[in-house]
Design a protein around this ligand. Structure first.
Ligand code: GLY
Length: 296
């Protein structure tokens, strides 16, 4: 049995060398649990830490959308008592996970776009827009890959007429990758919680929402386990990945086996990763390298 514990990931495809960030964040979450704090407070602490790190695609490290200027982020929280809060396609805040926590206090579970931003301002969240040099470099690489085409570009984008649907104020001529940060925890009272935060996938149109703020897709916390996913959101959404993996665990499957089975549903060219925790075990599985850490 796990008395209390936490598992953290830095996004599928994140270099294992970044596991120091995951460990630091996990340690912060773990100390909340050790003081008798809730799993929810622990995963929020982790998500804020990784949003502020700058290396991960969340919060201050969020990637740019296809126009090279817009940043839109998704974040969500859920507990095993079915408390939920999330934001989708929110711009110009530093810590979307903290806005998601405020949404939890409302009758709603998910706020999107301009409504989410106005809500955040009402809650006192300051304007924040500072794409880092690393974020700008990544955008340049994506744009170069799109211009070059061919094998460097994911199949779904090779056959998609992006110029036909271009919906930014700037030109198309002027977008690859995908990762997310996530944390799952169990506290001393056996409560489970999950947090997700992401700058989304790339390339991305304005208004695109991935799996990260969608319950049952990029995250789920239920009686049996808390699970979080990272990877190409559209593919994760199609498979309702996290609810499915949770239900396999509820039916008695071991958490490690359930996460691996979840990953095995995806073709190898689709990057995907998962973390999970229950009262009796924890797991991390991915079909790419991925920075992660756990403290049980
Ligand atoms: N998994 C992050 C996204 O697709 O937005």
């Amino acid at each position: 049995m796990i008395t209390c514990g936490i598992v953290v990931h830095g996004g599928v495809g994140s270099p294992p060398a970044w596991a120091d960030g995951c460990r630091r964040a996990a340690q912060k979450g773990r100390s909340i649990l050790e003081r008798g704090g809730s799993a929810l407070d622990a995963v929020i602490e982790v998500a804020v830490d990784l949003e502020d790190d700058g290396r991960f695609n969340a919060g201050t490290g969020s990637q740019l959308r296809l126009d090279g200027a817009t940043i839109e982020m998704d974040a969500a929280l859920m507990t095993s008592e079915a408390r939920m809060g999330g934001v989708a396609a929110i711009q110009r805040v530093r810590n979307p996970i903290l806005v998601a926590r405020e949404v939890m206090k409302t009758p709603h579970v998910l706020l999107a776009g301009e409504g989410a931003l106005e809500f955040a301002r009402r809650c006192g969240f300051a304007d924040y827009y500072q794409p880092t040099p690393a974020v700008r470099e990544r955008y340049d690489r994506i744009r170069a890959a799109l211009e070059k085409g061919g094998e460097d570009v994911r199949a779904a984008w090779r056959s998609f007429d992006i110029q036909r649907y271009w919906n930014f104020a700037t030109r198309y001529e002027d977008l690859f990758g995908c990762d997310t940060i996530g944390a799952v925890a169990v506290d001393r009272e056996g409560r489970l919680a999950v947090a997700n935060s992401t700058g989304g996938a790339s390339p991305m149109l304005r208004g695109r929402v991935g799996d990260s703020p969608l319950v049952g897709c990029g995250f789920y916390a239920g009686p049996a386990a808390a699970v979080a996913a990272t990877g190409i959101g559209e593919e994760i959404i199609r498979r309702m990945l996290c609810r499915q993996v949770h239900d396999w665990i509820a039916q008695g499957e071991g958490i490690a086996r359930a996460c691996e089975r979840g990953i095995a549903q995806f073709p190898q060219e689709v990057p995907v990763g998962m973390i999970g925790i229950s009262r009796s075990g924890s797991a991390c599985a991915a079909n790419r390298e991925m920075a992660w850490a756990e403290i049980l």
